[in-house]
Design a protein around this ligand. Sequence first.
Ligand code: SF4
Length: 66
Amino acid sequence: MRISVDPERCYGSGDCVYRVPAVFTVVDGFGAVLPGREDAADDPELREALREAVEGCPSQAISIVE
Ligand code: SF4
């Protein structure tokens, strides 16, 4: 599974970084997946937190694709 942030939707609230700092960061004021962490949704220990990050993103900018 690959996790990504759509820069066209993100407005930089930072919620994703607050929820899962091991996966997300802020670059130039917008949320982004840390380099090399695009497959973090494959980690069972992160899956639930990532699901909450997807659901909690106020602009629905985060997606996890099988
Ligand atoms: S929670 Fe959504 S809108 Fe906020 S920084 Fe992350 S991706 Fe962007």
